[in-house]
Design a protein around this ligand. Sequence first.
Ligand SMILES: O=C(O)CCC(=O)C(=O)O
Ligand SMILES: [Fe+2]
Length: 362
Amino acid sequence: MAPTAANLFTPEEFSSFKESLRGVKDLVDSGIRELPRFYIGSDSRMRVQSSVLPPGGEVPIVDLRELDGSDRGRIVEAVARASEEWGFFQVINHGVEAATIHEMVEVAKEFFAMPVEDRMEIFSADLFKRTRFGTSHNPSRETSLEWKDYLRHPCLPLEESMQSWPTKPASYRRVASDYCRGVKGLADKLLEVLSESLGLERRYLGSVFGSERLQEMFCNYYPPCPNPELTIGIGEHSDVGGITLLLQNEVEGLEVCKDGHWYSIKPVKDAFVVNLGDQLQILSNGRFKSVEHRAKVSSDKLRISIPTFYQPSRGARIRPIPELLDEEHPPAYKEVTFQDYLADFFKHKLQGKRCLDSYKIL
Ligand SMILES: O=C(O)CCC(=O)C(=O)O
Ligand SMILES: [Fe+2]
């Protein structure tokens, strides 16, 4: 029988469950038949309601094949429209080798196929530890958990970051370093396109991001879930940083909110899903949208997503770009450094756009 009511547990029971937890993959491997009550979404952001079919439209797909040729103007325009209307788009013919992408998904699968003890060697619940295996988003602050495990690590500077990466599976460092180089190349190209989409000089956003810009990646693992309708893989949130480039396997689950409706993003083979984070909403003075999204889980399919977060330097001054302001467009956000914004964000559980809203000039 399916579990019915949430929060049928005491704080002590929740704490002791969290202390013994080695991730959702481990729960599944232990043979659980129903969703542990600690995963039953305790508020509407943490579970998926039966959804009504949205009115129409789809997250745009942008073909980058002719980016350096005659098609640049059309691509810049398509990216501008997608960034203003959806805050999301998918890119194809993006220049990251298909073999690099496939190997990355495979090595992520291998990481989670290892005995749990191997993952636990790098387990940490400390949100500020940059290389670690973890589960849910911020268990110490959450009132219910997310059905998700992940490997997280920094990617820049590459050589230095690699020293902290897992040594198991044996091919991890080689495969992920190729992948990080490829994604960085694409992210830099996209920053140029986004600058032009705002009517700015090509290198504008790159110089705001600065020479110590951050790149980090997650391998998210959402195993099949008993009672997927009662929980969530990742709750509603907008991304905190600059741009996110997400690779996913062929399993649907990512949904984006537009005009109050949730739209599913259909996986396109070898494509990246690109979305803009809070820093770009501030920099563009609200022209680009950092849109809420979430990931559902499935009863019978394993979903893997590999987002790369491409971020400004910690000390970067984030404020509406002066060239975009005039009397009709006064600054809509207060200035903040990226590191202060991050510190604020990670103090809380995921709560939609709470953090961004707190920097609004009312
Ligand atoms: O797994 C997904 O599709 C979404 C992941 C995500 O939104 C995130 O990690 O910020
Ligand atoms: Fe996200």
